[in-house]
Each structure stands twice: as structure tokens, then as C-alpha cells.
Design a protein around this ligand. Sequence first.
Ligand SMILES: Cc1cc2nc3c(=O)[nH]c(=O)nc-3n(C[C@H](O)[C@H](O)[C@H](O)COP(=O)(O)OP(=O)(O)OC[C@H]3O[C@@H](n4cnc5c(N)ncnc54)[C@H](O)[C@@H]3O)c2cc1C
Length: 606
Amino acid sequence: MTEEIWDVIIVGAGLSGLSAAHLLKKRNDKLKILVTEAKDRVGGRTVTSEIPAANGVDRWDFGGQWVGSTQPHVLELIKELGIETYRQFTDGKKVYHMGGPNAKVRIGEGRLPALSLLGLMDLAQLYWKIETLSATICVEDPSKSPNAFELDSMTVQTYLDQHAWTTEVKEQMAMCSRPLFGLEPSQMSFLYFLMYAATAGGLLPLLESNEGSGQELKLKGGTQQLSKGLAERIGWKNVQLGAAVTAIWQDAEYAKVMTATNTYLCRAVIVTCPLNLAGCPFSGDEVPFAARVCLHIPLNDWVMLFVFHFPHTSNSQRDGKCLCAMRKVQSEKIMEIGKPLAEGYHRCDSQAFWKEKGYSGEIATGSSTNCPFTVTFDASTPYGSPALVGFIAGKQANEWSSKEVGERRDAVVSRLVKYLGPEAASFIHYEEKDWAKEPYSGGCPVNVMVPGALTYYHPSLKSPCGRYYSVAQSAYRSLIVVAVIMPSLIHISPVLKKWQKVNRIHWASTETATSWCGYMTGAIQEGQRAAREVLAKLCPNALTQEDKEAAQESQTIKQKQPSKLSFLPSIKTLVLAAVAIGAAVLLAQNPDALENAKTCDKMVLQ
Ligand SMILES: Cc1cc2nc3c(=O)[nH]c(=O)nc-3n(C[C@H](O)[C@H](O)[C@H](O)COP(=O)(O)OP(=O)(O)OC[C@H]3O[C@@H](n4cnc5c(N)ncnc54)[C@H](O)[C@@H]3O)c2cc1C
């Protein structure tokens, strides 16, 4: 054990951990802070890789990639680090394939999915209901939302079965659920789903790629720069990589954090592991209540991200040099980002073939189509390297994960040929990342709550916790001894105990964010929230007015009014009511109808 005493140890060098460290350092540079990270890199669920591409080696995000203009925390960091953003390409035709392998492939344009007229009407009424309900959710503590228990007792699928009119829309919603959560609608609490949407300002911002939505902008050079930039600011010497925390416990004076090589003493700990891993460093009666939630979180059925790099078709057909150049780059990996290929090789045109053909690169498929991927998007970089990014998620992931990578790649390519044309077959490179197999990430992209978990555990998920007692602990122990002799003291001992309780363990991860829960911006919000909690204890004078207001804001529970919608009838009730009203109108117009019907019945019986 090192004798050195740290002010704060932060477990995890993802965006929440590094943002916490950054704010602590900004407010009080004298604080001794150590970030311990299990992986050999920073960034957690964000990772940017260099891949040989059409215009030289380029960078792609294999984890979190999009940000939006309604995400203040991440935008502020992007600005501070001087990173440029660019818009997600969405212009052109979108491909929809739902309803089975032989169903017609539909082409849509604009924001509406290519559904039938009835499907569109159904989707509109369903979205309206979900948006109205999500506006009633109290994001600071979902268990305080109107009808919270009822909403948390059902799955998203239960709600869809009751309120969607058509199978088409149920399939559409399942298709949306897979890339968003890596799970099926039958696997998650409806309250959790509504809360998730509420933190993003509604369901549509989660699904769309236009202004203000979650898929609006990308970062030039990738999102892992955010974590690297933060690590630079707090000092790389304060970030220990390859140091998985195996145990955390507290005693009267300090919290203790153990890794394979050391045990650190500190005055406060911020645990930023994804919630389903947050219980790992605790054992026996040390497991805090909040960490027990890890037993209720499913590992998202593995999600894969793949990237293709297409040369410009007409160029490669013209002289065939693009592919040769790529093979050379692939073997040597000598190119700098965005720099042209070595002399003598042809530089590919930046235009992707699907853009030339008027496609946006967006493809959405249902699980019944036998297609491995759920969605794809254009992922061409600003340096002119054409690519597509896709997700294999939920049911599709479950079906395809056990197959060989070559089989998956061939199936993916043959589907791209079917949807976008034969040019898709001449890809340069194929990459996958299996997030369910990534250690210390707990699945992808976010920990999702099953029915019952949110109302049971929230808000303990972010309340600091502790079992031990500070300086007055020995006095407290003596009091207990005296209390045994003098029973009247028993009445005041719990009061004293409460006063002396020290909560040294703090929690932060995107999973508890009130602004874009599950997203990078949410991780930053939560890291900063935990840092303020720690500052308030260790050096309250370092808190700025802005910090105090933010802390006050995060503690204020904004109660919402129940929606009248909760009491609106389901579609089955509406149909029954319509039949009943129709029959009543018929009877009113023809009062003898009932008598005639009875007479007919009698005649039939005779
Ligand atoms: C494939 C994918 C796509 C995504 N797409 C988007 C997107 O487009 N936009 C968006 O905003 N968000 C997206 N996200 C989500 C986003 O990446 C996360 O919300 C965010 O990065 C989470 O940050 P975090 O700090 O809360 O958690 P993490 O990034 O998971 O950080 C936690 C850290 O704790 C470490 N750790 C765990 N256990 C231990 C231990 N015992 N000891 C020490 N360290 C430990 C982990 O290694 C990790 O580095 C995506 C995520 C994935 C995986």
C-alpha cells in the first residue's frame, strides 16, 4: 500500500471520469487526483481507429461518433479543445426493407420512413402518444413521474402491443430499438424508454439525423480526441492505464482503492464504470445499494460496427489504380491522416458511389429480412474517404454473432449490392468491433434497465454512499458502549451516527445523465456533477457561482403533471367502442331491427 494520500481517485478514464478530473483540476489545481483505467487506452466507449482508405490512412469512430447541437456539455468541450465538426450526410434516397425476406424493398426520401399510408398514420399516433408520455417523465428521478410504477412494470413491447395498430409499425419500432439500445423492445422497461427519450428532448431527436438530433454532427478526426484532450489537460502522469480497480472499501479516515499492483488511500472516490460493472470492485457487505443494480442490467446483445471504404467507381474502372494503391497502403500503413497517397498512385475521388447514384447511404432493415445489419449510414470523412458505417444489433446480432467473420462480411456485402447496386462489391476494406466482447465496457451503447429496476434503484444510482464514520467514530463507538449501560442514550445514538456518516464513494456515468442519457454529452454532464459533489466536501470555496447553480439544478426534482393520455383507451377499446356506437346508431335509425333480428333467430331455431 502506498502511504501517499490522494484527494480523489477516479475509476475509469472514459468521458465521465476524465470530465470529473478536468473540472476538479480546473477548480483547484492543488488537488491530488489519480485516474485509474482498466484498459490500455483512454476513451472507454469511444475509440477512434486509423484505417487505410481511399485517400490515404483516415480515422473512423468505432464507438460513440455523433453529437448534436442540443448537447451543451459535449459542445462546450469540443469548443474548448478546438475540434471541428461536420454534418452527417443525409441527402438522397433511403432504403427500407421490412416485413420478411421477400418483402418489397422500399425507397424513401426526407424524414418520413417508407411505410404504407396506414403505417404512417399509425406511426404518427404512436409517436404522439410516446412524446406526450415522455414529456411527463421526471428525468432527475423517474420514480417520481406520474404513473411511474405502472410504466416501469411493462416492457416497451407490451406498450407497442397495446397501442400500435399495425405490425409494420411494431417492426419499425423494433428496428429503431436495436441500434439505439442493442436490445429488443421486449427486453426493456417502458419507463426507462420514456426517460431516455425525455433526456434527449423527445423520441424524434433520438432517431433522426437533422438539426438538434442525436445523429447531427461528427468530429473531424474522431471522438476519442475528446478523452485524449482531457487527459492532456489533467496531465497524463495523473492517468494510470492498464490499472483495473479490483476492490474499493472505506474506513474511518479514508477510502481505499485496490488495483493489481497497488492500494491507494484517498479522501473521495468517483466510480465511473458503466452501471453493470459498477458492482465488480465491491464484495460481501461492502456492496453499496446502487451497485446492486448491476445484477439487473442485461449485456446488450452484441453490437457490431463495420466500416467500408469504397473507391470512386468510375476512377477505379478507368485505371484500376485505386485498389492497387489501397493494397499498398494497407500493407505498409505509411500514410498520414488526410495526406495524399504515395507518388505514382492515383488519388481517388471523394464522392462515394452511392452518393453519385442519389442514395444517402441510410439503409434500415427488419430482423425478418435475414439481413445481418439493422441500419447503415454514410461515414465518408471530410478528408474524402468514402465509407459506410452499420450496426448489427439486437435479434440480428444474436443470430449473426456466432458465425465466422468472413460469412458475416459476405452477407453484409451481398445485402449492400442488393440495396445500393453492384458497385458495393468492390469494397477496399471491412472492419468489425464486437462491443459485447470488449472488456470493461459492459456492452454497447448504454446500460438498459429491465422492468422494475428504475423505480427500485433510482435515485440511489447517483447518491454518494458510505458506511463508515469520520473523526468522531471512536466517540460514537464509546457512546454505543455507554448506551448499552445507559439505555436512554440509545435514542440519540442514531442521530449522532447520521451526522457522522461519511459518503466517500461517488458515482458518475452516462447512464444517470438528465441530458442525453446514454450519450457522450451525458457522460460529461455526470462527470462534472460528481466533481462538484466532491468539491463541495473537500474544498467548497473552490465552487464557482455557476457550479452552485448547476448543483442546485441537478438536485431539484421537477415534478410533472400526469398526461390525460394515460387514460385514453387503447386501439382495441376504440374499435369495440366504434362497433358499439355504430350498432347504437343503426338501432336508433331502425328501432324494429332488434325485433326483426329476434324473429329471424326464432325462425332459424325452428
Ligand atoms: C458502438 C457505440 C456507439 C455509440 N454511439 C454514440 C453516438 O453516436 N453518440 C453519443 O453521444 N454516444 C454514443 N455512444 C455512447 C457513448 O460512447 C457513451 O455514452 C460514453 O462514451 C460513455 O462514457 P462513460 O464515461 O460514462 O463510460 P465509459 O466510456 O464506458 O467509461 C468507463 C471507463 O471505466 C473503465 N472501467 C470499467 N471498469 C473498470 C475497473 N474495474 N477499473 C478501472 N477502470 C474501469 C472502462 O474501461 C472505461 O474506460 C456509443 C457507444 C458505443 C459503444
